[in-house]
Design a protein around this ligand. Structure first.
Ligand SMILES: Cc1cc2nc3c(=O)[nH]c(=O)nc-3n(C[C@H](O)[C@H](O)[C@H](O)COP(=O)(O)OP(=O)(O)OC[C@H]3O[C@@H](n4cnc5c(N)ncnc54)[C@H](O)[C@@H]3O)c2cc1C
Length: 288
């Protein structure tokens, strides 16, 4: 289908973009990589009269480290994450996750900010953000706020972003040296969303789990933090029995929707599998 007619704006600064958002209110939509928004416009699920393209705002791009925190501009593309030496050294989980997003075409244009702001339960960054303890900088004409990823995703296509706000930056505390990690994603083919996926970060002390974070993709209205499974592992040896129990607790919070990727039982079972796979891989990568 063809989208409704719209006026295109390409501001060069964040204040200019915020001014346009204020001027056009509900009639405006922000455009990042367009890989989620444009299909929605073509299907007329979104019908903005004004499209505000963030693509020319240089300050929204780039990856740097400042005081133990990784700061990633919201308009940084998936491929720019994948090619980042800094992320390879300091946060390889983000690279592992970005590599599993769709296909090269999508990764050339799709942005980390758009992936998070869209609130699609099938998107991969939300679960990664939850296990990495990320926070998001949201700017409005009246000021800015920084909100943690935990609590940001409020439902299907719903987040804490308010009308008139732009996500400008993603902040991630640099994981402690020796942190194990894994993003285990089951998908039917290259380019597909997750049937089920699990993100894990893990710190071990000897044979004992010191700290662990687990989050799930596409098995609920939004990415899910598996708190009970995390609690069950802390202070324990990471053996087969402990991982099976964590998988059981993870499956208990899954509420997937049946679709062409599988029925509820299959997706739930696969989430348990992905969790165990991610825990095993994270254990092999954790050093202590
Ligand atoms: C075939 C296909 C397969 C895909 N598979 C996957 C997959 O496996 N995993 C995955 O994670 N994603 C997948 N995607 C989605 C893709 O990653 C999108 O790029 C992503 O969801 C949105 O990012 P974008 O930069 O394209 O944002 P856009 O589509 O431009 O915007 C998405 C929404 O976010 C809002 N927005 C964008 N940037 C900001 C900002 N800075 N501040 C506030 N609001 C903002 C827009 O207004 C819009 O409502 C797939 C897409 C396609 C087409």
């Amino acid at each position: 289908m063809i989208p409704r007619e719209f006026e295109y704006h390409a501001p060069k600064t964040v204040p200019d973009a915020l001014g346009l958002l204020k001027q056009f209110g509900d009639e405006a939509k922000l455009l990042a990589g367009g890989h989620s928004l444009l299909p929605m416009m073509k299907m007329r699920f979104a019908e903005p009269a004004h499209l505000i393209d963030l693509g020319k705002i240089r300050e929204l791009k780039g990856i740097r480290e400042e005081g133990g925190t990784l700061r990633i501009g919201a308009m940084t593309t998936e491929n720019e994450l994948i090619w980042s030496k800094l992320l390879q050294d300091k946060c390889p989980l983000l690279i592992e996750g970005a590599r599993l997003i769709s296909d090269p075409q999508v990764r050339y244009k799709g942005t980390i900010g758009g992936d998070i702001a869209h609130g699609d339960p099938g998107n991969d960054h939300p679960a990664l953000m939850l296990v990495l303890g990320a926070s998001f900088v949201l700017k409005a004409a009246t000021g800015e706020r920084v909100v943690p990823a935990d609590g940001f995703f409020t439902g299907s296509y719903a987040t804490l972003l308010k009308p008139g706000e732009i996500m400008t930056e993603i902040r991630i505390p640099v994981p402690a040296p020796g942190t194990g990690y894994c993003y285990a994603k089951l998908k039917r083919k290259v380019g597909d969303y997750a049937t089920a996926a699990a993100a894990v970060t893990l710190r071990m002390k000897g044979e004992t789990v010191q700290e662990v974070a687990i989050a799930l993709t596409n098995v609920g209205a939004s990415a899910l933090k598996a708190r009970k499974a995390e609690d069950s592992l802390r202070g324990k040896a990471l053996n087969d029995a402990a991982m099976a129990e964590a998988a059981r607790l993870v499956m208990a919070i899954c509420e997937p929707t049946a679709d062409q990727r599988g029925d509820v039982e299959y997706k739930t079972a696969m989430t348990g599998e992905m969790t165990q796979r991610a825990l095993r891989t994270a254990r092999t990568r954790a050093t202590h």
